[in-house]
Design a protein around this ligand. Structure first.
Ligand code: SAH
Length: 255
């Protein structure tokens, strides 16, 4: 039994269990209670012991705020009862995963939190098709951005990002790809900028498309690319030789 009640906030990576950290695998195997998000691959859960209680606490289609509070209460109750509680999240728990909010709630309840980083989909999905998120020939850095602004929030400053020269890696961006592309073009990014989308990366359902910023929304619709998917916008897409249709990426303009 734990002396100080502790919850382990663990990144499950993008899908393939071989992309778990050794620590994540060990904690999953030793958990009494596993609280699991929708995006965690079923194959990862096969590592759990038959006696582990696996609770699916995904938020899709539900009332987000109530359910988030419910997840907090559940973790607090189980940890205080002495259970080894592992909160398992897709990718990395601190990248668009509400990991910060969960840490705050747990610490406020007197529970210690240990965070185990995971491979985030914003790096793993581009890598699955050979796209490096930075490449000194193409981009001096990368911005990880959500396409899904918080209710009432302004969201990312797309005009500033358009001028940044950074690779743009967009999470949760499929349904708003048209608006995002338009805001980037209005902000000064060329419509001919290479773009790609990778869905369900590192799972048997992985798919990818290459196109340009100007054709991104229509390409996603035509190819029926659905969530979960990562959008990559920038010249690094040219390096992505493993894309389904690399010929769709325009050749480098002469300087
Ligand atoms: N914490 C997660 C992100 C959660 S937000 C991480 O670090 O990866 C959910 C978004 O992540 C999805 O809408 C999608 O944009 C992205 N995503 C998660 N898993 C993915 C996968 N296997 N392939 C492509 N995108 C993925």
């Amino acid at each position: 039994m734990n002396t100080t009640p502790t919850v382990w906030l663990v990144g499950a990576g993008p899908g393939d269990p071989e992309l778990l950290t050794l620590r994540a695998a060990r904690l999953i195997q030793g958990a009494d209670v596993l609280l699991v998000d929708d995006l965690v691959d079923r194959r990862v859960l096969e590592l759990a012991s038959p006696t582990t209680r696996v609770l699916a606490v995904g938020k899709r289609g539900g009332c987000v705020s109530t359910e988030q509070a419910f997840i907090h209460q559940l973790m607090i109750r189980e940890a205080k009862a002495g259970a080894q509680v592992v909160r398992l999240k897709g990718g990395d728990p601190f990248v668009f995963g509400r990991g910060g909010e969960e840490c705050d709630a747990l610490r406020a309840a007197g529970i210690a939190v240990e965070v185990v980083p995971g491979i985030t989909s914003g790096i793993a999905a581009p890598a699955a098709v050979g796209i490096p998120v930075t490449d000194r020939r193409h981009a001096p850095g990368v911005a990880f951005v959500t396409g899904h602004a918080q209710d009432g929030g302004a969201g990312a400053d797309w005009a500033a990002l358009a001028k940044s020269g950074l690779t743009l890696v967009v999470y949760m961006g499929v349904s708003r790809a048209g608006g995002i592309a338009q805001a980037l073009v209005e902000g000064g990014l060329a419509a001919s900028t290479p773009a790609a989308a990778i869905s369900a990366a590192h799972t048997p359902r992985q798919r990818s498309v290459a196109c340009t910023l100007g054709t991104l929304a229509e390409t996603l619709a035509a190819e029926a690319i659905a969530s979960p998917a990562i959008l990559v916008i920038g010249d690094v897409v040219r390096v992505g030789a493993a894309l389904a249709n690399p010929e769709a990426v325009p050749a480098q303009a002469m300087a």
